[in-house]
Design a protein around this ligand. Structure first.
Ligand SMILES: *Cc1c(COP(=O)(O)O)cnc(C)c1O
Length: 431
């Protein structure tokens, strides 16, 4: 395959982008380079690598050839210029914010986020002296009003877990542009097959590769993709990117690396000093999974649409939040944001509240009760008693995780089997 990725379609790129037969052995699949360190050709080569004058491998906390293939694969699928993989989706979020933030700075974030992200942003980042301002992203005036002189980014999920909320990414990107700050989109639940945030104006895209990109629940991982479109030097707000960086002997990343500045910073400082590195085994599993991303997503969406419709018409169910339903307030955004479908993640409310939800979860046979999503297997969780347990009642409600709702991640099994399973379990839960 030539390196001209523009001319290939998504299905081709998800298999080939970034990979080539191994130059040493001809191995067709990307080998797992299970090596911590790489031999320098000579002292001059070593110095050039450490000066970032030459790109190559030094030590696997920074870069690894297997991980590098995955980085290029994800960057290509997202339409970015570069990507840095890391040990988990949560690590990716810290890695995305780290070059932008300092003590006293804040990030404006959507109220509709993964439960763990709400905790990371509302509690843990305070230890770094950072803070997050939670805003309803449907209220554009409120998003604008939340931005102040210390705001360094806006953060939201394209298709928000758990409620299936669809964000108007372009509208929020325009607000970020107006304020001269980057928009970071967590694209985990949409995947680049359903939505490509950079085409809608996002600066950075983060992923939990743990989910759909790997696809079968084997490894945790994360990724930060850079669009290469942001001018880090324009405002003076991002000194770590535009000014001499003391942590890298005074290197000016924006000036030296241009559109690749964020990616180089992520490796040379982020991975070097924070150490949240993806291991080559994890990259291998994710590379295997990502080859079938579009095929899986098509089936995930097809099953989710059928099941959401079936549930909506069942009188044991109070409501279904899936944006792919005509009754959803977000249905009108699908065509603009994710025309191939609204994903496969949604919640539904069971008549009988908290008790019925717990009974439903315990009665299902094919659906697994786990704290995960984006698996080929269908998964269910009662968020209020698990993932969203640490949140206040208002935060639970805002995140779409009230006590009477369960979240499902619809898998790629036979849809009729999944509906039969839900039918019998709803019977037990509401009898
Ligand atoms: C799972 C998830 C995360 C966190 O990713 P980990 O790999 O579990 O650290 C972040 N955002 C979303 C939307 C997720 O689903």
């Amino acid at each position: 395959m030539s390196d001209d990725t523009e001319s290939y379609g998504f299905d081709t790129l998800q298999i080939h982008a970034g990979a080539r037969p191994d130059p040493a052995t001809g191995a067709r699949n990307t080998p797992i380079y299970q090596s911590t360190a790489y031999v320098f050709r000579d002292a001059e080569h070593a110095a050039a690598l450490f000066n970032l004058q030459e790109v190559g491998y030094i030590y696997s906390r920074l870069t690894n050839p297997t991980v590098a293939v995955l980085q290029e694969r994800i960057a290509t699928l997202e339409g970015g210029v570069g990507a840095v993989c890391c040990s988990s989706g949560h690590a990716a979020q810290i890695m995305a914010l780290f070059p932008l933030m300092q003590p006293g700075r804040n990030v404006v974030v959507s109220t509709r986020l993964y439960g763990g992200t709400v905790t990371q942003f509302s509690q843990t980042i305070k230890r770094f002296g950072w803070s997050a301002k939670f805003v309803d992203f449907d209220d554009e005036a409120a998003v604008k009003a939340a931005i102040d002189d210390d705001t360094r980014a806006i953060f939201g999920e394209a298709i928000a877990n758990p409620g299936g909320y669809i964000m108007d990414v372009r509208a929020i990107a325009d607000i970020a542009d107006g304020a001269g700050i980057p928009l970071i989109i967590d694209n985990t639940t949409a995947t680049p097959y359903l939505h490509r945030p950079i085409e809608h104006g996002a600066t950075l895209v983060v992923h939990s590769t743990t989910k759909y990109l790997t696809g079968n629940g084997t490894v945790t991982g994360g990724c930060v993709v850079d669009s290469g479109n942001f001018d880090w030097a324009a405002s003076g707000k991002f000194p770590s990117m535009s000014e001499p960086e003391p942590a890298y002997h005074g290197l000016k990343f924006a000036e030296t690396f241009g559109p690749l500045a964020f990616t180089f910073h992520g490796i040379a400082i982020g991975l070097r000093d924070l150490g949240m590195t993806m291991n080559p085994q994890a990259a291998h599993y994710t590379l295997c999974g990502i080859e079938t991303l579009s095929l899986r997503m098509e089936r995930h969406v097809e099953n989710a649409e059928k099941i959401a419709n079936w549930l909506e018409n069942d009188d044991r169910v109070d409501f279904v939040t899936y944006a792919g339903l005509k009754s959803s307030p977000y249905y009108k955004r699908i065509e603009k944001v994710c025309p191939k479908g609204a994903g496969a993640l949604f919640t539904f409310a069971v008549k009988g509240g908290y008790e019925a939800c717990v009974k439903l979860v315990d009665s299902l046979e094919i659906f697994s009760h786990v704290a995960n999503l984006g698996d080929t297997r269908s998964l269910i969780i009662h968020a209020a008693s698990t993932t969203h347990r640490q949140l206040t009642a208002e935060q639970q409600e805002a995140a779409g995780a009230a006590p009477n709702v369960v979240r499902v991640s619809i898998g790629t099994e036979d849809c009729d089997d999944l509906i039969r399973d839900l039918d019998q379990a709803l019977g037990k839960a509401t009898s």
